[in-house]
Design a protein around this ligand. Structure first.
Ligand code: GLN
Length: 520
């Protein structure tokens, strides 16, 4: 089922292989019919993760990047729509001339080709493919069938299967139940896949007798039934899998007996992983004010980025999510060390964000505004300091008298919503003698974007006269990328998404600066 931890299991196995000096990457299969995650509501599906090459991907891609400290291209998120689009367009071109085009072999071949192409193009030693959904779902069947075929074609030393299951305990001291795992493994065998490993999610470590019982019913060797019990931080999962002997067993199954783990890699990783959990006593309170606050996963990269930054200065971060649609008493924000407004779209909740940005400015509370949070901070300043009547974004109010934020020129004629924003990494020029320059300590940075609107250049001179400066820009000054208020303790807005570049042990600079300011 969803939320079980397939992404963390996948990332952890990839991490262990990387620590053993193997060249690895991960692929996420999403069996849904959307072409990509771009048009999905983050409250239902979690964050849309943006890759360097402009993919709007499943948030698991973010997990892979953070665990591996490695960029993952958008081709690594395969969906049903992408597969069928390719097959249908090949059929229209006449590439299957004479054939009746079918799920087997045409769709399954397309799936296998995509997976093999990644492994080959990137010259990988191991590719870990995570198949989303639940075994037995109609949607995931063609993918599981393709994976079954790959095992036949590559042989047992070319492909192994890890099945992530659940062993619930019905009360605190209660027995760990094996039935869901038994049935799930049975269902998997029914479609022709015998798992090599079971990664069993449970609250407390899986007991020996439970492992044995599961092994008996599922045909999996007891030592390959792995306990994936709750831990404080997801970065401990590689270690608990390692301690259960997963690496020796993986290498044995692939016929690579005698492969060793590179211990210096481990030392570095352990330091990072430990640093992510260590600072329970030193808390910084951050208010995250946004629209999609009912699901923690909707801003998962922002949450991680805050934690990476906290770990950097030896603090832990306490995040309170505040719904910008229902907030009425802004004075509750005064108890926080910092206020962060993440990305967002549309009218709903936008007034609450504008008020929040204004409250942070007036009360000298460190503020970090990302994308929507950058745009709405400019609007808050325009309305309250520059007295621009009706100041707004044309996304929120198309006929506003003062369009401080307006459509990008190239966006004006676009009618398709999917994949049509300004997406992916672009170079950004930072101005001298600004806080931005202090933060990044360089002239050019490359950051990922996902937006359709931007600061209307017509207002810039007036902003700067009133004490808000735009400290970075892109496309030869065409677009504003950062704003700051030099007289404020810390007031920073960024048009890009710094959260996608933050990794454990390598925190993103603007988050570090924000957390430092919040801790002072
Ligand atoms: N809605 C805004 C835009 O399209 C901001 C997007 C975002 O926050 N990702 O420009």
């Amino acid at each position: 089922m969803s939320g079980l931890g397939k992404g963390v299991t996948t990332s952890s196995i990839a991490k262990l292989l990387q620590l053993a000096d193997q060249k690895v990457s991960c692929v996420k299969i999403d069996p849904y019919l959307n072409y990509d995650a771009g048009t999905m509501n983050p409250v239902a599906h979690g964050e849309v993760f943006v890759t360097n090459d402009g993919g709007e991907c499943d948030m698991d891609i973010g997990n892979y990047e953070r665990f591996l400290n490695q960029d993952i291209p958008k081709s690594h998120n395969i969906t049903t729509a992408q597969v069928y689009s390719s097959v249908i367009s090949a059929e229209r071109k006449g590439e299957y001339l004479g054939a009746c085009v079918q799920i087997i072999p045409h769709v399954t071949d397309e799936i296998k080709n995509r997976i093999r192409k990644i492994a080959k193009d990137e010259d990988l030693d191991f590719l870990i493919v995570e198949c989303g959904g639940t075994v037995g779902d109609i949607e995931s069947l063609p993918f599981l069938e393709a994976l079954r075929q790959m095992r036949v074609e590559e042989g047992p030393q070319g492909v192994i299967f890890v099945h992530v299951t659940l062993a619930p305990s019905l009360d605190v001291v209660g027995e760990q139940k094996t039935k869901p795992t038994q049935h799930s493994a049975q269902e998997l065998r029914r479609i022709g896949i015998q798992p090599d490993f079971l990664a069993v999610r449970c609250t407390l470590p899986l007991e020996e007798k439970t492992k044995n019982k599961i092994a008996m019913f599922t045909n999996v060797t007891a030592s390959d039934v792995l306990s994936c019990h709750d831990v404080k931080s997801i970065f401990e999962v590689p270690q608990i899998l390692y301690d259960q002997g997963i690496m020796d067993s993986i290498f044995t199954k692939f016929g690579k007996v005698g492969m060793v783990n590179a211990s210096s890699n481990w030392d570095k990783w352990n330091k990072i992983a430990q640093n992510m959990v260590n600072h329970e006593d030193q808390k910084i309170k951050i208010a995250m004010v946004g629209k999609y606050v009912t699901l923690a996963d909707s801003y998962v990269s922002v949450n991680h980025a805050l934690k990476h930054a906290g770990a950097e200065i030896g603090k832990s971060i306490d995040i309170d999510w505040i719904d910008s649609e229902s907030i009425t008493d802004y004075s509750i924000l005064s108890k926080y060390n910092g206020i962060l407004v993440p990305g967002g779209f549309g009218v709903r909740g936008s007034e609450g964000i504008i008020q929040t940005a204004n409250y942070a400015r007036e009360n000298n509370i460190p503020y970090l505004g990302i994308c929507f949070g950058f745009q709405l901070a400019a609007i808050a300043f325009g309305r309250n300091v520059m007295k621009l009547e009706d100041g707004n974004s044309t996304e929120i109010k198309p006929d506003t008298k003062n369009p401080i934020v307006d459509l990008l020129p190239e966006q004006k004629d676009i009618s398709n919503m999917g994949g049509s924003l300004r997406l992916g990494a672009n170079n950004i020029q930072i101005k001298q003698n600004t806080n931005a320059q202090k933060i990044y300590n360089t002239e050019t940075i490359s950051k990922r974007h996902r937006h359709r609107y931007e600061i209307n250049k017509q207002y810039i001179a007036e902003f700067e006269k009133n004490g808000l400066i735009f400290s970075a820009e892109s496309d030869n000054g065409k677009r504003m990328e950062m704003l700051e208020i030099p007289s404020h303790k810390f007031y920073l807005g960024v048009q890009f998404h710094p959260e996608f570049n933050s990794r454990p042990g390598f925190p993103e600079e603007s988050f570090v600066a924000f957390i430092k300011a919040a801790s002072e």
